[in-house]
Design a protein around this ligand. Structure first.
Ligand code: SAH
Ligand code: SF4
Ligand code: F3S
Length: 459
């Protein structure tokens, strides 16, 4: 056992898979005596878990490293050491360059090598800087310690699939996360059972291409995502399941059907379409047309009429004309998204899109993004307003912003605030939605809420 507790501060950028990796890094370092802290200046070890998806995201690392350097200097003046780790997708993409550009960094570790982190930290303690960005043959999930749940939490992420073989021409993920890999079902089931035992009621299965999941099943067959979800639905304390992110090409009939058959699968689906014009979709290598996407949406809505759809959209991909952009607006209008994330195209080094002719000027991208976002906001507001007056089951996840207020999520992933006791955190209760604000709903707790045993202490 370690003699003294040391402090670890992790700053997470990027997607939910990074959030999951950050939790796992904290767990991997716990046996070495590290406990997490919110304050960077109190930390003996600082980890930046980075994202490379767009230029802005990647640049954040260097501005953060400036802060980290100042913090380290201040601590050094007080006679305290600070170790600095850059993890995540920038680490994978830039490797050695980070060490060269930022002498403050001790360790650079890619997302596939996280299980090597505690060894690298031990090495750095004896003064050895390292860069670990291999895609090792041993899998990080098996090598990482068993999932601990130090926190009392109602909802948890579980990475089930990593990497991507799709090679959309704008995207760095296939280079930073490597080839598609699915975890075996038994490992996922064990992890979810453990989470359920610690009080988790909702799991969100994560993967860059989660619906391409094809892991070894418990029966020896290869299981698609629908089969895995059916198995997880058998775990009694798991009340809600979600998965993200899905590619339109990988939505099979079984998975679509599950939205109609499996009550634990929440009526919410994040399904990026990226662009509404077929020639832009082809240049992006998305391998589907706008019409195919809309037909898919119809099939999903037939299976689950109240489903809330969410999406990702890129504006200003090379060659995008006004008419192409209009087609993107038209798809969004016809589908009516409950939620959407939209971005200006960012040329990423090494991706085919960066080398294409017809790069769109920044000012035009900005203009198009503003038009699109205004329309998407409108669509989200109208979805939210349509829930006003309804009675909706809410899973309470934490305290609200005001005293006596608790916060949770609707089945459609809307944030819901109500007055209620903190003891309801971890429970699902029916709420009469009374108003929709810009980012959340408010309502009144219905008396007939679900009674369960209180959340267990952490396992
Ligand atoms: N696997 C997911 C997306 C992962 S990245 C999928 O296939 O949809 C998340 C989102 O970031 C993407 O959906 C895309 O909309 C956006 N994105 C990715 N690369 C980008 C780039 N170079 N410029 C702008 N947006 C980008
Ligand atoms: Fe990137 Fe496309 Fe893979 Fe999604 S499907 S991670 S956008 S390459
Ligand atoms: Fe970013 Fe890597 Fe996720 S590039 S979006 S952190 S997979």
């Amino acid at each position: 056992m370690p003699q003294s507790r040391r402090k670890l501060h992790i700053k997470t950028f990027g997607c939910q898979m990074n959030a999951y990796d950050s939790e796992r890094m904290a767990e991997a370092l716990a046996p070495a005596g590290y406990e997490t802290t919110e304050a960077m200046d109190g930390a003996d070890l600082v980890i930046l878990n980075t994202c490379h998806i767009r230029e802005k995201a990647a640049e954040k690392v260097y501005s953060q490293l400036g802060r980290v350097r100042k913090n380290k200097q201040a601590r050094t003046a007080q006679g305290r050491d600070t170790m600095v780790v850059v993890a995540g997708c920038v680490a994978q993409a830039e490797g050695e360059e980070i060490i060269a550009r930022a002498p403050v960094v001790d360790i650079v570790v890619g997302p596939q090598s996280l299980h090597r982190l505690s060894d690298l930290v031990a090495k750095a303690e004896s003064g050895e800087r390292s860069v670990e960005t291999e895609f090792p043959a041993d899998d990080k999930f098996t090598a990482l310690p068993k999932r601990a749940t130090g926190k009392r939490q109602a909802s948890a992420f579980v990475t089930v699939q990593e990497g991507c073989d799709k090679f959309c021409t704008f995207c760095v993920v296939p280079y930073t996360r490597g080839a598609e890999y699915s975890r075996p079902a038994h490992a996922i089931v064990a992890e979810v059972e453990r989470l359920a035992g610690a009080g988790v009621r909702e799991v969100t299965l994560l993967g860059q291409n989660v619906n391409a999941y094809h892991g070894d099943g418990e029966d020896g067959a290869t299981w698609p995502l629908a089969r895995l979800l059916r198995r997880l639905a058998e775990i009694p304390d798991i009340a809600r399941m979600r998965f993200t992110t899905s590619h339109p090409r990988d939505m099979d009939d079984d998975l679509i059907g599950l939205f109609g058959d499996e009550a634990k699968l929440m009526p919410y689906l994040h399904l990026p379409y990226q662009a509404g014009s077929d020639h832009i979709l082809a240049a992006m290598n998305r391998k589907h047309t706008a019409e195919e996407y809309e037909r898919l949406v119809e099939r999903i809505r037939t299976a689950r009429p109240d489903i809330a759809l969410s999406t990702d959209i890129i504006v200003g991909f090379p060659g995008e004309t006004d008419a192409d952009f209009q087609a993107t607006l038209d798809v969004a209008k016809r589908v009516g998204f409950a939620q959407a994330y939209s971005f200006k195209y960012s040329a990423r080094p090494g991706t085919p899109g960066a080398a294409l002719d017809g790069q769109v000027p920044e000012a035009l991208k900005k203009e198009r993004l503003a038009i699109l976002q205004a329309q998407l906001d409108e669509s989200r507001r109208s979805f939210d307003h349509a829930t006003v007056g309804r009675r909706i089951p809410v899973l309470f996840e934490g305290k609200g912003r005001k005293p006596n207020q608790i916060a949770g999520r609707s089945p459609y992933l809307q944030a819901v605030y109500v007055e209620g006791p903190e003891t309801l955190i971890g429970y699902i209760a029916e709420v009469d939605i009374s108003a929709a604000g810009p980012n959340s709903l408010t309502g009144v707790m219905n008396a007939g809420f679900e009674w369960r045993e209180p959340i267990q202490a952490a396992v």
